[in-house]
Ligand binder design. Structure first.
Ligand code: MEV
Length: 316
């Protein structure tokens, strides 16, 4: 039997992270220049149920039976067999790799889970729909970071730009005029669970203040959606700057993120903000296609460990 493989892209949040957890809208897009990949090879020489899980990025090479229930890779595998009501999976090797930076706001956890669910459901002869993949991934995301909004699993499973509101049907974002962003990585790992729980504690202590920031972010997201559909990129840049200020007020930026945001602006970007959970990880900046290289170079020479230039369009 030939090996079965599936991939899933990374993602970035253009607008609205954190506030989206509190039911405000957010805009996110898949980034297919970085991917997670799962390859499954049948191994009929071993007895049924002997499933080997190999994930070199996290130093894992062991049998599924050895992994605890709350280990995210094992949970993704078990969610497929559970959905299909299978008591045993045919003996196989499940090899998981990813080029998406970990704990950096690019959806690496959701993408890895999605690649596993896609590959395993296909291997078992019942490839799951995008909807099913997204729903199962949401459950696994709870292991990764407690109270996810569901935006990461949605944008990655559907592989389209989305305008997302928690608990509402997913809306595809139309991008009539493609635009270019540069993503800059601070190289500092910062688990989303930490920043999400910091914001939650701060909100519990002072709900009025934090809810007013969430509301302002929500309005920025609505304006951004209109700017994207209208191709108003100068305005879109200013909205990125405004969103970054609100994220600073939520306490989720860092000196490294602020520095890269300022560097991008000085190098000619139209606007910039942190992207994802914050505290480290990645920032994004809106550029013209002519200034993309120049902004990426400036970010790299000022501390970004990696940059990705990506053109955002309806089809990605
Ligand atoms: C993580 O990509 C985005 C956050 O808003 C958390 C979430 O929506 O689950 C920080």
């Amino acid at each position: 039997m030939p090996a079965i493989s599936a991939t899933a892209p990374g993602k970035i949040i253009l607008f609205g992270e954190h506030a989206v957890v509190y039911n405000q809208p957010a805009i996110a897009v898949p980034i297919s220049k970085v991917k997670a990949r799962t390859i499954i090879t049948a191994n009929p020489k071993r007895k049924p149920g002997a499933v080997k899980v190999i994930a070199p990025n996290v130093g894992l090479d062991t049998y599924l039976d050895e992994l605890p229930q709350d280990e995210p890779l094992a949970a993704a595998i078990r969610s497929v067999s559970h959905t299909l009501k299978l008591s045993t999976i045919p003996a196989c090797d499940i090899r998981i790799t990813s080029k998406i930076p970990i704990a950096a706001g690019m959806g690496s956890g959701a993408a890895v889970t999605i690649s596993i669910i896609r590959a395993l459901s296909a291997f078992l002869g019942v490839p799951f729909s995008d909807e099913q993949v997204s729903k199962l991934t949401y459950e696994i995301e709870k292991i990764h970071h407690g109270t996810p909004s569901g935006i990461d699993n949605s944008v990655i499973a559907f592989n389209k730009p989305v305008y997302y509101i928690r608990n509402q049907p997913i809306q595809t974002l139309e991008v009539p005029q493609p635009f270019t962003v540069v993503i800059g990585d601070t190289g500092i790992q910062s688990p989303t669970s930490t920043t999400v729980s910091n914001v939650r504690n701060a909100w519990r202590d002072n709900p009025t203040f934090y809810e007013s920031i969430f509301g302002q972010i929500g309005r920025i997201v609505q304006d951004a959606q209109r700017a994207i559909t209208g191709g108003e990129f100068k305005k879109l840049g200013l909205l990125l700057d405004k969103n970054h200020k609100q994220l600073q007020m939520l306490g989720v930026s860092s000196s490294e993120l602020d520095h890269l945001v300022n560097v991008a602006k000085s190098a000619g970007a139209l606007g910039a903000k942190l992207s994802g959970g914050g505290g480290g990880g990645n920032m994004i900046t809106l550029v013209t296609s002519e200034s993309a290289e120049q902004v990426a170079d400036a970010l790299q020479s000022e501390g970004a460990v990696n940059t990705i230039i990506s053109v955002i369009s309806s089809t990605i």
